[in-house]
Structures are given as C-alpha cells and as structure tokens.
Design a protein around this ligand. Structure first.
Ligand SMILES: Cc1ncc(C[n+]2csc(CCOP(=O)(O)OP(=O)(O)O)c2C)c(N)n1
Ligand SMILES: [Mg+2]
Length: 616
C-alpha cells in the first residue's frame, strides 16, 4: 500500500476557489426548518440526489433509520453484511456514474466497511459511506461499539468527517458528495455521533460550498498538450496506455476520435476494458501480468507511451526497472500525485482525461494540417505479427472436463455487449477480462487495485439496482462466491434479478496456479471441495444453496450443455439465478508475466516465450 501522503486526491495541489460574493444572492436565502439531526441527514441525502442507500442498522445509526422509513425518494436496501453494502454502493456507482451510498452502525458495522472503502479508494470509485458513532460524551472512552472509524479509514478514503453537531450535517453531506464525485473520484466517510442525530436543529441545504483547499484541476496545460501532440507525430512506435481514468471521465468518444485520427495502437487496462471497443482493429487488448502478447510487447518496444488515466501499476509494468526501456512517457492524470510516482513522466499533464484527450485531438489536427503526421506502418507490421502469432486462446482439457474459458467466452457471445459483467477475483476474473468482448464503457466491473474476493455478487446487485434495464451477470469463483453469497437473500427479497455464473473449479484457482508454477505443485490449502473430482458430496452444493436463498439454481458440467444453460438462465427474469459451471480444476491463465520479473519474459503458455524479433 502506498503511503497516504503520496495521494493528494485533490488536496493541497489545487488552487483556491474564488471567495463567495459578500452579498448573498436571492437564491442563497433559503428557508430553514426545525427537525432532528437524523431527519436533517435524510433530507440532506434527498437533496444530494441519493435515491438508494445500501445498509444495515444498529444502535448508533438507529435514529437515522427512523426518518429513512418515511422517505419517499430514498430507497434503503437491507443488506446481509456491511461489506456487501459497500460493494453494492460501488456497483451502483459504476452503473450510474453517481456516488453509491452505504450506511452502517458504529464499531463492527463501520469496520465491516473497511474492505469496500479500500476497494473504492484503490479503484477511484465515487462512494459516500455514512456511519453512526457513539454519542459524543462516550467518544474516547472505549464505549460499547466504539471504533475510531475516522482514524481507521484515514488512509483508505479520499476524505472523512466526524460530525458532532447536528447543524453540520447538511453541509457535510453536500461536501461529501462533491468530493466523492469530483476530481479523481473516491470514497468519503461521514461518521455522525448519535447525539448529533438525536439533537434538534435547523435544516438548511447549503447553496454553495466553501472549500478553498479543494479545487481539482481539470483543464490541462496547453503547452504540455501541444508537446504531447508533437511527440506523437515524431514517434515511430507509440502506444496509448488507457486506464480507468478514461472510464471515470467519460472520455470514450474522445479516445476513439484521437485513436483514429492518429492511428496509434491502443491498450486497455483491466480497469479500462470496454472504453475502446475490443472489435476495433487498433485495440491490442489488455496489458499486464495476464495481458496479450501484443499489448505487453507494444509497451516494451514502444518509443512513446501516452498514459491516459492509468497509474503504472505493478501488475501492468512487471519489474519496473525493465519496463518499456526505450519509451518516452506522456502521462495525463487528474491526480498530480500519480504523475512520476512509479515511472518518470517526460511530459506531465494534469487534467481530466476527457478534456486532455479533447485538447489533444485539436493539437494533433493542427499538427496534421501543418504536415506533421506520424508514420507507424512498420510498427503496425511488428504488432500485427504478434497478434497473429500469439493470439489469446486456450486448449480444452483432454479428460473431457469443461473448460472455464469456453464457459466465459460463450457467456459473452450469447449474452452480448450490452450486459454488465461483474467479476470476482482470481482466474475467472482474468478469463472474464480476456474472453468476453467488451464494446462499451462500464460493461466490465471488477476489483482491480485491491483484488477483493467477494466483490462480485454485491457489486452486481448494486449495478442492477443502478440500472435495472441492464442484464447483469456476476462472473464469480467458487472461493469468492463463498465470501459474500449471503447477499443472494437481499437480491431475492428485494427483487433484484442478477445472474451469477460460478466458475467452479473446486479450488482457489489463482493461488493454486501459483502453487503449480512456483511451489512445485504443492497444493497447500487451496482445495475447496466445491466440485470434488471423485466424491459425490459438494460442500456447498451451489444450486441447492441458491434455492435455499430463494433463487433459481442450475448446474452445467458438459460442454454441450453450456449454451442451453446460459439461455435457460437468461429466460429467468423474476428471480436471481445462480449457475454452477463445474469446470476443469487445472486450467491456467495465459499469457503470464511471473511476479517480479520483466515483461520481456512473458509466457504465452507454460514455458513458451514469444519470439519478439522475427521479421518474417
Ligand atoms: C479477500 C481476499 N482474500 C484472499 C485473496 C487471495 N486470492 C486471490 S485469488 C484467490 C483465489 C480465488 O478463488 P476463486 O474465487 O475460486 O477463483 P479462481 O481463481 O478459482 O477462479 C485468492 C485466495 C484475495 N484476493 N482476496
Ligand atoms: Mg475457484
């Protein structure tokens, strides 16, 4: 984990906002209304535009649940675990682009939010978490269910607040929503003392926010953008390294214009899958540990990398000191703390990706009108060879068992590019990134930075609530599913018909893959017994578990049944569906760059290294 000091997230780098006018304008003169702090909180959520809150009540937050019961515009969804509430809020944020909201009580309720808060922080997901805190006289006394959640979440939130006075509630909620969704998005926690919720107060929704220390820079510097355009024209082997920032800023259309205008190859990271269509001839696929040979090779051999909303994560760079040795770097990011954090940027650009890319389009057009245009024909020939010779594929197991890759590939083909696919963490996540064709932004949702097992089911639930018209498939692992599958109860009772494909390889597959490759096949504690090879008893039996939770449960074990099973699951629209795809236990994710080694040593299958320089 990086030191928090390295992450400004819109802190001290931003220039002060213009001070508000001395004379209030008529719209600033708002009516106030007498109510409790709790009522003021719910009224504030309504004003902030929150229509759904995912949560679980308890003593300290109980005052807030009473007025929530009456709210006409805020729907509360009772989850079964606060971790689920947090991931559901993340899924909702992915689906809507607005902050997801979750609520929990003090102490254990709040600490159960630590994982989703960290997850949202790592992946820049806008989220507002509201927690009850013990009453102010008890704070610091080790009171019942007291936990210093502001202290605990300091390094894993973009910002957090402890509210001790009822009159501070509306302003704090307004600020929390603004901070969560502006600049580099992220999670904001608002911890409210119980006596502040119970106190009488005047409610007034702030008409303007006075946050002089917080003003994210969105408009890039023209000189830097022109310099980047010049470098693109002069480069022989340029690549666009596109990250989640392009998704967050809604810059997919601008990206496509820039890519087609320049003819530069595009790689989309795990967090950016879908922001540039997979079917586009310029898309080389995903870079990184399980990226395509062409995408990994393009970065290694590039003479210019234009990083757009990407952060040179170790899963992308491999061994950092051997990453892209010949490349100059243009790095555009809204968070100045990202620039030159891992790799020195020759041209740093601080700004919102959408504005950066739009400005780059103008600068490139200007260069092209002046006759300055790159020639990448030789580069494309090199990359096309890599694509042709080393496509991402898989081989069926020779024992007749079902290939997990086939299941996931057929799922993508049958369900299509309009659905949202929400992965867990492990092999199935990588196969979901590799074998489903993403054509639209926001259709692949997963836990990238933190790699949180248990993300999939609750995040799928939140995504379905955020956009009920969309088909939402959780693509989960048998290990991950067992971490948060209790939210099937929430989905069944609240009428949220998600679909879950459990890619059941009977083990903690990604860990087992590393044991195969790096621990001589010593499978210490990775067998889950969810699909034993010989025994008849499966613990648990997933379809029966699904039925116990009020969902439809299906199982598929043979390749010839895959299509029909997917179609059967698609035909159910009045209940959540869980499909146990019992698959081969030994399948591995390829290509792979082993941990801590250079991207140059990527293997496209076990002990098979690509030949980079074949000019044939
Ligand atoms: C909360 C959490 N605990 C442990 C891990 C380490 N880990 C990464 S992948 C993985 C295995 C996941 O198993 P499964 O869900 O069955 O997926 P598979 O790899 O088999 O597809 C584990 C244990 C993690 N990422 N998150
Ligand atoms: Mg598994």
């Amino acid at each position: 984990m990086r030191a928090p000091s390295n992450r400004t997230r819109g802190g001290g780098f931003f220039v002060a906002q213009a001070p508000p006018d001395d004379e209030p304008s008529p719209k600033d003169l708002v009516m106030t209304e007498r109510m409790t702090g709790a009522q003021s909180l719910i009224r504030s959520l309504e004003h902030a535009g929150a229509d759904v809150v995912f949560g679980i009540p308890g003593g300290a937050i109980l005052p807030a649940y009473d007025p929530l019961y009456d709210s006409a515009s805020v729907r509360h969804i009772l989850m079964r675990h606060e971790q689920g509430a947090g991931h559901a809020a993340e899924g909702y944020a992915y689906a809507t682009g607005r902050p997801g909201v979750c609520m929990a009580t003090s102490g254990p309720g709040a600490t159960n939010l630590v994982t989703p808060l960290t997850d949202a922080h790592m992946d820049s997901v806008p989220m507002v978490a509201i927690t009850g805190q013990v009453a102010t006289p008890l704070i610091g006394t080790d009171g019942f269910q007291e936990a210093d959640i502001c202290g605990i979440t300091m390094p894993i939130t973009k910002h957090n607040y402890l509210v001790k006075n009822a009159e501070d509630i509306p302003r704090t909620i307004a600020e929390a929503f603004h901070i969560a969704s502006s600049g580099r998005p992220g999670p904001v926690l608002v911890d409210i003392a119980k006596d502040a919720l119970q106190a009488a107060t005047e409610f007034a929704w702030p008409q303007r926010l006075d946050m002089p220390g917080y003003r994210p820079v969105t408009k890039p510097h023209g000189k830097q953008v022109r310099e980047a355009a010049r470098m693109i024209a002069e480069a022989r082997r340029p690549v666009f390294y596109v990250g989640g920032g392009v998704l967050r800023s809604g810059a997919h259309q601008e990206l496509r214009v820039l890519a087609e205008l320049t003819g530069v190859p595009v790689t989309t990271t795990l967090m950016a899958r879908g922001v540039f269509p997979d079917s586009h001839p310029q898309n080389l696929g995903m870079p990184g540990m399980h990226g395509t040979v062409a995408a990994v090779g393009s970065l290694q051999k590039a003479d210019l990398i234009v990083a757009l909303g990407a952060r040179f994560d170790d899963r992308v760079t491999g061994r950092l000191d051997s990453f892209a040795p010949g490349a100059k770097i243009v790095h555009a990011d809204i968070d100045p703390a990202e620039i030159s954090k891992n790799r020195h940027a020759d041209v740093p650009i601080v700004g919102d990706c959408r504005e950066v890319i739009a400005d780059l389009v103008v600068a490139v057009r200007n260069d092209q009108s002046a006759g300055r245009q790159g020639d990448y024909a030789a580069w494309w020939a090199q990359l096309d060879r890599l694509r042709d010779v080393y496509p991402t594929g898989y081989e069926d197991a020779d024992d007749g068992t079902l290939s997990p890759q086939k299941v996931i590939q057929r799922l993508g083909e049958i369900v299509g590019p309009d659905a949202a696919y929400v992965a867990g963490v492990g092999q199935h996540q990588m196969w979901a990134a590799q074998f489903i064709g993403y054509e639209k932004p926001g259709t692949f949702i997963n836990s990238g930075g933190l790699g949180t097992m248990g993300f999939s089911v609750p995040a799928a639930l939140g995504a379905k609530v955020g956009d009920p018209s969309r088909t939402v498939w959780a693509v989960d692992g048998d290990g991950c599913f067992q971490m948060t599958n209790q939210e099937l109860a929430t989905a069944a009772i609240e009428g949220i018909p998600i679909k879950v494909a459990v890619v059941n390889n009977g083990n903690l597959g990604m860990v087992r893959q590393w044991q195969t490759l790096f621990y001589e096949g010593r499978y210490s504690n990775t067998d889950l017994q969810t699909a034993p090879r010989d025994a008849k008893v499966r613990v648990p039996d997933f379809p029966r578990l699904a039925e116990a939770y009020g969902c439809v449960g299906l199982r598929c074990e043979r390749a010839e049944d895959v299509d029909a099973t997917i179609e059967k699951a698609m035909a159910v629209d009045d209940a959540p569906v869980v499909v146990d795809f019992s698959v081969n236990h030994d399948a591995m994710v390829w290509p792979m760059v082993g941990p801590g080694i250079s991207n140059d040593n990527i293997q496209y299958a076990r002990d098979m290294a690509p030949d980079w320089d074949d000019e044939d």
